[in-house]
Design a binder for this molecule. Sequence first.
Ligand SMILES: Nc1ncnc2c1ncn2[C@@H]1O[C@H](COP(=O)(O)OP(=O)(O)OP(=O)(O)O)[C@@H](O)[C@H]1O
Length: 559
Amino acid sequence: MASLNKLAIRGIRSFDDKQISVIEFFTPVTVIVGPNGSGKTTVIECLKYATTGDQPPNTRGGAFVHDPKMANEKEVKAQVKLRFNAANGARMLAVRNLSVTMKKNNTMTMKTLESILALADSGAEKGGKRGVISTKCAEIDTEIPHLLGVSKAVLENVIFCHQEDSYWPLAEPSILKKKFDDIFEATRYTKALDAIKALRKDRVAELKAEKERLESLSKEKVHADKLKSRISDLTAAIASKEIEYDQTKKGYEQLVLANKKFYDYATQFRELYLKIQNMEQNRDRYKTELESAKENVREVEGTEEELQARLDTFADHIAQQKERAKQEEIKRQDYEEELAAARKAHVQLINQQGSLEAEKRAQEQRLAEREELIRDLSTKYQIKGYDYSPLEKEKAAEFTSRLSDLLRRETIDAEKIQDEVNAKNKEYQERSRQLHADLERLKQMKSSLRNQISTLQTNIARNESQLDASQTINAELRNLATDMEERKARLEKVKAEIKSSNYDERIAEKTAKIRSMEEQKDALNQDLRSLSLQADMRARLDIKRAEQKSKAAEVRNMY
Ligand SMILES: Nc1ncnc2c1ncn2[C@@H]1O[C@H](COP(=O)(O)OP(=O)(O)OP(=O)(O)O)[C@@H](O)[C@H]1O
């Protein structure tokens, strides 16, 4: 527990600057007694000044320092030196110096001179630098309350409250609230609340932006899905068209081959037909010749000798004729054979003609189907100029080439769309990867937040039980304040009686009571600090909870 050891005053109020007045504080209590105007209040003012750096009210312009006029000096140097035990047990020394200079126009100028906060017995007051904690007034002002373990507001308004300021509990509500806020350090909770509000606002704005981003991403995804399905439809359509095109091409090639075959057959048939016709004419001519030869056989005329001579040579003649007839017969047989072969060929050709006729009809059927197909395709793909019949061979070839062009263009379009889809897919994969990374990070944050929350919940449960136990502290404080007021009144009363008997006994009694009150106050301060810590932890827990909620909502929104 912090305690005061010694206070040395020089050149403050009625304490002149020629000598140092030292007040030693005893444990458990030191009572300062003296007649009016003897300097009791000045001691408290010096304690307050030493610990907080604040001079008493209405002392601007140097009224706190011993009056140079009274000292008969132009300049008075004042010093307040306080030795105290810090809450951590360290022995400390605080030295503050002031000076007041009297000007020619009888006005005074006050200056704050060097101040030191150092470890006691380190020789710092004699100019040594070892053990010096600070020489800056602002640092000293904040450091000493820390070392004493109480806030500056408590020092100012409770412990070293100036008698002129002691009516602050009766001040108007706004001032009273400010005082209580300062004493109970509620301002930093207000700041924490403001910070939480600002944080919440930022988080809400971030969430809104993220939601908008998510919405646009969802729209893009829907668009990409549509494109994907369109591409898959187009790819399927192209594949079916390619198959159709291959089939049509095959059919067309078959038709071209069949056409060529048919043309060859027709040419061959025509040649054979002409040959047969030629042979039949030859046969008819030979028949006529034979008939006429038969008709033209006539009686041979001449003399006997001539006839005998002819008879003698007749055998030769007959032989010649027979030979001739034989040759003619051979010729005839050749012709017959030729005729039979021609007939056979004729029959074959008729058969061939029949099959070619059938082939022709099949070809015509295929051509009709091709025309139908061309008409269907031209209607489907809006290719004009092919919806009449019969369709010329060149037009069919032209249509095929246009269909090929269309297919090529569709293929190029499809490839382009495929490229776009690939790019979009890549982009989406990248985004998906990023989102997964974000999700992982958020999951990690979530798990760490869960751990923190469980730790904080344990702390809260523990602190809440402590809080329940200390719920009555405020009421006790109020009671104590009332009690203190009563005791003050009684002290005043006792002051009047103090000159009478039982003086020492009463002092001892009061001292004991004051000590117990001091102890109670210390305990209450301790409780107050623990309550502050609990409130701080609660505020942090609320922030963490809000963060966890918002993160969970974000994660939920992502899916
Ligand atoms: N600047 C100053 N220079 C010299 N003396 C001063 C100065 N300011 C105040 N004093 C004197 O200091 C004394 C103030 O003493 P203080 O108020 O501390 O006494 P007190 O014991 O608290 O009196 P009370 O019992 O009436 O409250 C007065 O006598 C006053 O005249």
